[in-house]
Design a protein around this ligand. Structure first.
Ligand code: NAD
Length: 476
């Protein structure tokens, strides 16, 4: 399929080519599949000016109309699901079935966000005064998205920000700009000009955005290291920030699980999207009584999984998205080899085109090893034996991350009790990675600042404004 057509940014309601272009690769082949605009500072200034100009009109638009626009955008994504899916697999690497899941999820997310409402709190309604707190939009939001779920995670921001009455400039990752630009082509005919602008560029564009005085808020999803830079850069103009950052989620598997039944689900908790999920299981703590049978079941299942080009039928795991991440995962594997840890499966990447790494599982590496302590964001899972719940909970909580986590066991009350002791923004019992546009999602500790989703996420795109009105009767 040919993806090399004219990809354009959306600025002030117009599709704009850039004065310069940069290349986008297919990670399955390392071939250039398209070139997209490399925004200049002028392009960014124009996009922010367009968003600023559109803000008063959009903020004054009745919320019912804003909801209708979100719904229409969601429907437009779903109506074009097939084209989005192919584009997403080509730029991101994930298999077609998963790409379709992301695309439909992105449409669903906009519609789900449209079901939320901005509350008004009546603080006092007495003879002397009436006081209420309402939520007004912030202004212009700069949204910066990562490459692992480029379309879906952009919609995590677009939905609530626009619903609350803000306008936006959205920047996808330079590795995965194509689906976001295609979304811009659809939005052009749905939203008033300037309400949503989409700019693409290389490494300079993100820092230009976070330091630009024209933004009232930066909503960022990406690594913890970049998140720190975003916060620093937003400080001089006191921009609001929402930071959705990295994770090192622990799964705790209790001894009463049905090993055969749970193994496949646990496998995909770690390896879905090739492990490139912020809330993937990145450390799996398994009770000693079932460690051996679960280990065997996971390894047996891993050997059945097909890794390959996501556009080929039957592929279950695609390549790593980009060369830098590929090298990073290989470096963690090399470190595990150097230290003499035991590989149960995988470990050796074949020397073929494409950023392929085999499914790799490690047998009980030490707690202080890099593969346990760092976020691998790739298909390498350490299995770690535990004996005592207090001990495993302490180990799960020792990292600076606190994004997600899961507990697995037939004794649901015990599992729930353990879940409540894990210091993470979301903890699942007997499932994982279930998110909803109507539930708050965010990180504790250095996994983030603020949340997305739910009423709490919506309110992060607003200022609380309290209006106090003295009653005439009291003034008389
Ligand atoms: P990244 O931090 O490298 O890049 C994220 C985005 O920030 C990209 O658009 C990039 O171009 C931009 N960027 C890079 N440097 C910047 C700077 N100095 N200022 C402003 N913008 C800059 O992250 P990534 O590699 O694209 O994504 C993987 C990471 O994202 C992982 O750590 C993962 O856990 C995390 N993540 C978190 C969530 C979440 O919701 N918490 C979701 C998905 C991914």
């Amino acid at each position: 399929m040919d993806f090399a057509r004219d990809h354009k940014m959306l600025i002030g309601g117009k599709l704009e080519g850039g004065s310069a272009l940069f290349d986008v690769l297919n990670p399955a082949t390392e071939q250039v599949i398209a070139s997209v605009p490399d925004a200049t500072r002028d392009d960014l200034d124009h996009a922010i000016a367009a968003a600023r100009a559109a803000f008063p009109g959009w903020a004054a638009t009745p919320i019912a109309e804003r909801k209708a626009a979100l719904t229409a955008m969601g429907q437009a994504i779903m109506a074009n699901a097939d084209a989005f899916k192919r584009l997403l697999t080509a730029e991101q690497g994930k298999p077609h079935a998963e790409a379709e899941g992301e695309v439909m999820g992105a449409g669903y997310w906009l519609m789900g966000a449209a079901s939320l409402d901005l509350p008004v709190t009546v603080n006092e309604d007495s003879d002397e005064r009436y006081s209420e707190t309402r939520h007004v939009p912030l202004g212009v939001v700069g949204a910066i998205a990562p490459w692992n779920f480029p379309l879906l995670l952009a919609m995590f921001k677009v939905g609530p920000a626009l619903l609350a009455g803000n306008t936006m400039v959205l920047k996808p990752s330079p590795f995965t700009p194509l689906t976001t630009l295609k979304f811009g082509e659809l939005v052009k005919d749905i939203l008033p000009p300037g309400v949503l602008n989409i700019v693409t560029g290389g490494d300079a564009l993100g820092p230009w955005m976070t330091s630009h005085p024209g933004f009232d808020k930066i909503s960022f999803t990406g690594s913890t290291a970049t998140g720190r830079r975003v916060m620093e850069s937003a400080a001089p103009t006191l921009k609001r920030v929402t930071l959705e950052l990295g994770g090192n989620d622990a799964a705790i598997v209790m001894p009463d699980v049905d090993v055969e039944k749970v193994a496949e689900e646990l496998f995909w908790a770690a390896f879905r999207n090739n492990g490139q999920i912020c809330i993937a299981t990145k450390r799996m703590y398994v009770h000693k009584d079932i460690y051996e049978p679960l280990k065997d079941a996971l390894v047996a299942y891993a050997k059945t999984v097909k890794v390959g080009d996501g556009s080929e039928q039957g592929t279950q795991i695609g390549p790593i998205n980009n060369e830098a991440q590929y090298r990073r995962v290989l470096d963690l594997i090399a470190d595990a080899k150097d230290k003499g840890y035991t590989f149960l499966v995988g470990g050796d990447a074949a020397d073929v085109p494409g950023y392929y790494i085999p499914v790799t599982i490690l047998d009980n590496p030490p707690e202080d090893s890099r593969i346990v302590q760092e976020e691998q964001f790739g298909p390498v899972l350490p299995l770690i034996k535990f004996d005592d719940y207090d001990d495993v909970i302490a180990r799960a909580n020792t990292t600076d991350y606190g994004l997600g986590g899961s507990v697995w066991g037939q004794d649901e009350d015990k599992a729930f009790e353990i879940a409540q002791r894990i210091a993470s923004g979301t903890v699942w019992v007997n499932e994982t990675q279930h998110l909803s546009p109507t539930a708050a999602f965010g990180g504790m500790k250095q996994s983030g600042v603020g949340v997305e989703g739910g009423l709490e996420g919506l309110l992060e795109y607003t200022n609380a404004q309290t209006i106090v009105r003295r009653r005439k009767v009291a003034a008389a």
